[in-house]
Design a binder for this molecule. Structure first.
Ligand code: COI
Length: 355
């Protein structure tokens, strides 16, 4: 058990007004969780303090070589007034997979979950209740040694901040257009693609800017070796319905193992769909679309939830999917997942954790 010291703010901020458009990740609550790591001592000094700027040496290693990780999960205020987290143990386990890859020390799963629960509890009144909103939770770890040599840091900070948020995409549940990237690559097997670390996202920006300039919301990455096979979108995993089957790229070391991805596979199986985790080439999608078999496409992610894709561009082909409308599977998954998260549906998978 962490012995968390709590220092409450004496100058609470004004909370967003009812009905105010929250956007995503723009507003932050009154408090944050902080814990330090020192080699030889382990994780220590767990505390909840007023949300504040960090004072750090400009020589801190995170600024130079990017030794950092982050996670994303949400707290929901249910229709019954209870506050729920969705599968936080999966975020905790993925934290440690990322930490291993980046030579960051392990963080006990139970400490991660306890810290998330504690800070959410303190800022519980910040959880928005309008449809489609939630409290986005951003845990992250940064390397803090003052040192310009390339080596793993011996000190770290684990911090959790909270952002009352609405839909990740401004369009909400309306289908988005996605650009299948054929010039840049995001990750290769043996690299960091499976890890949740800032470098992967920094590497994605150039293609995202290009896609935005062309009127697309996000980039869909191809594998970095053959540049043929679909991997993931910038902020979500990707699913297709092809000829009645649900198909998603298999985890291969360069794809993020999404919590929502894992949950959607389980829900689709439960709904009676055949689910295939396998390689899918961009060419297969083009052919499936031409023969009328590409029935649906949607992204999955904590921030994005279920995000229908209505348009896919690959070099000279532009595929319009399901008439650019929300598909039946996407809608069913959105309703089921958010129903469980907001306590409107029975959680028979045992996925939610009360705070
Ligand atoms: C999430 O879905 O929680 C993520 O971390 C994606 C992020 C890039 C917005």
């Amino acid at each position: 058990m962490l012995n968390i010291k709590i220092e409450k703010t004496t100058t609470p901020k004004e909370k967003p007004a009812k009905g105010q458009k929250l956007g995503f990740g723009k507003i932050f609550t009154d408090h944050m969780f902080v814990m330090d790591y020192t080699e030889g001592q382990g994780w220590h000094d767990a505390r909840i303090v007023p949300f504040q700027d960090l004072v750090m040496s400009p020589a801190a290693m995170v600024f130079h070589y990017g030794q950092e990780m982050f996670e994303g999960l949400k707290a929901y205020k249910g229709v019954d007034g209870k506050v729920r987290l969705f599968r936080p143990d999966m975020n905790a386990k993925r934290t440690n997979d990322t930490n291993d890859r980046l030579c960051i020390p392990q963080l006990p799963v139970e400490d991660f979950v306890e810290a998330v629960k504690a800070v959410v509890k303190v800022d519980e009144d910040w959880i928005p209740t309008e449809d489609g909103t939630s409290l986005y939770i951003r845990p992250f770890i940064i390397a803090t040694d003052e040192f310009l040599g390339v080596a793993p840091s011996k000190t770290y900070k684990f911090i959790i901040i909270l952002a009352p948020s609405g839909a990740y995409y401004e369009s909400g549940l309306a289908p988005v257009g996605i650009w299948i990237e054929d010039e840049y690559v995001r990750a290769v097997k043996g690299g960091m693609g499976f890890a949740k670390t800032g470098g992967n996202y920094a590497a994605s920006l150039i293609a995202q800017v290009k896609a935005h300039d062309d009127g697309y919301s996000q980039v869909l990455w191809l594998d970095g070796v053959e540049r043929k096979y679909i991997e993931e979108v910038g902020a979500m995993n990707i699913f297709f319905k092809i000829d009645g089957k649900i198909v998603t790229p298999m985890l291969n070391g360069s794809i993020l193992p999404g919590v929502t991805r894992n949950s959607v596979i389980a829900l689709c199986k439960k709904m009676g769909y055949e689910v295939e985790e396998r390689r899918i080439s961009a060419q297969e999608l083009i052919e499936a679309q031409k023969s009328g078999k590409l029935e649906e496409c949607f992204g999955t992610g904590t921030a994005a939830v279920i995000s229908p894709v209505g348009k896919l561009r690959y070099v000279d082909d532009v595929m319009i999917i399901n008439n650019n409308e929300i598909g039946e599977v996407s809608q069913k998954l959105y309703d089921t997942l958010t129903g469980i998260q907001w306590g409107k549906r029975e959680d028979d998978m045992g996925w939610t954790v009360e705070v």
